[in-house]
Design a protein around this ligand. Structure first.
Ligand code: GRG
Length: 372
């Protein structure tokens, strides 16, 4: 073929369009490949997110029922090597300072790998001390680290969730912490980062999740809960995707931040699940795997996790895509038998971990999961 006809053929073919079903095997290969492509500039520039990324990747594989596609022992050892001796908690990468965002990811990775006991008793105690020391004793708000530069409900959720996963929630003043969550609730029913800050869907997840773990959901009466659910349901746009606040663009990650809060409120049916499923599937990279923030953008592990987790909450069925499943058999990957394993693995919207894990730890709380 001549150069001209080759480029003409390329122009005619154009970029592939994602199929209307989940490309499970392709996404498993995409996630596994992230572990081997470690010499790229992008990999080096994201060391500050390394433990978060391992958590997103592992959790995606668990939902896709392929937990062994990444090397468990190596990841557990790497996670433990991110321990910051001086501060007594986890940093995002060996040699980095401890932070609550990395510490929750570390605890989640250990929980996913059934390796929580690998954290020895002395370090567990230090970690609990680090987390409780982040709380502002007069307001109950949390900072992310010992610089105490910024308080944010994200840090509160991470602290509450990590303490709970460590079986150490009794170290916390629960009524004070619940008050700190209620203080960021706005008149529109949404939640912000600090009192008076604009409502954002990300904060709806962290605030509803923290209230659920702390047993504080009933501090909101039915009218207040419905107002929050209405604000969340209004996030769905004509194209099926969800935005994070009014007048903003849709993004696949809001499938997680919005759906989890609706799930905790038992109001998942207040949005259109089929339209959201279609939007998530339309953001797949049909050639290399992974899911992007929206169609035609570059896929990444963050959006892949939140897209797949959203599909799990929506009760997406793998047997909707017979074509992709036959592809999987050829690869030797586990095939989903329609009667036996047609749903994605269940994700717990409160802890952002597979339900298998929170059940085993005796932590599973009440929530709505479609199709189960
Ligand atoms: C265990 C899943 C899990 C999370 C840990 C870190 C954390 C707790 C929660 C983050 C919650 C949050 C604030 C999510 C929103 C992230 C996001 C996409 C922010 C984008 O904000 P803008 O202003 O985008 O750039 P919009 O869409 O508002 O224009």
């Amino acid at each position: 073929m001549s150069a001209t006809s080759e480029s003409f053929a390329g122009a005619v073919a154009g970029p592939s369009k994602p199929p209307p079903y989940l490309q499970r095997s392709l996404h498993i290969r995409y996630i596994a490949s992230l572990h081997t492509h470690t010499s790229s500039l992008a990999y080096r520039l994201t060391t500050h997110l390394r433990l978060n990324a391992i958590y997103w990747a592992l959790c995606t594989l668990h939902i896709l029922d392929a937990p062994d596609a990444l090397p468990r022992n190596e990841l557990v050892q790497f996670t433990l090597s991110c321990w910051d001796e001086e501060r007594g908690a986890f940093g995002p990468h060996p040699g980095h300072d401890a932070h609550i965002l990395a510490s929750l990811s570390a605890v989640q990775i250990l929980a996913l790998c059934d390796a929580l006991p690998d954290l020895d008793a002395e370090k567990r105690d230090q970690l609990i001390k680090f987390i409780t020391s982040l709380q502002n004793p007069s307001t109950g708000a949390f900072s992310g680290d010992h610089t105490y530069l910024e308080e944010d409900t994200r840090f509160l959720y991470c602290s509450v969730s990590a303490l709970s996963l460590l079986g150490a929630l009794h170290h916390l003043d629960k009524p004070l912490t619940i008050r700190a969550v209620l203080a960021v609730r706005n008149h529109d029913g949404g939640f912000g980062t600090v009192p008076g800050a604009e409502s954002h869907a990300g904060q709806a997840f962290v605030c509803m999740g923290a209230l659920a773990i702390l047993g504080g959901l009933d501090e909101l009466d039915k009218k207040a809960k419905d107002k929050t659910a209405s604000w969340l349901a209004e996030r769905q746009l004509e194209n099926g995707g969800l935005n994070g606040r009014p007048q903003k663009l849709e993004d696949v990650c809001y499938s997680w931040w919005v759906l989890t809060a609706l799930s905790i409120l038992h109001k998942l049916h207040w949005i259109s699940p089929p339209k959201l499923c279609d939007f998530i599937l339309s953001a797949q990279d049909p050639d290399h795997g992974g899911i992007a923030d929206r169609p035609d953008n570059v896929a990444d592990v963050f959006h892949t996790f939140f897209g797949v987790a959203g599909l799990s909450l929506l009760g997406y069925r793998l047997d909707d895509n017979a074509k992709d499943q036959s592809h999987e058999s050829a690869d030797g990957l586990k095939n989903a038998e329609p009667d036996e394993c047609s749903l994605l693995q269940e994700i717990d919207p409160v802890y952002a971990l597979p339900a298998r894990v929170t059940k085993k730890l005796g932590l599973q709380l009440d929530y709505q999961a479609l199709g189960r």
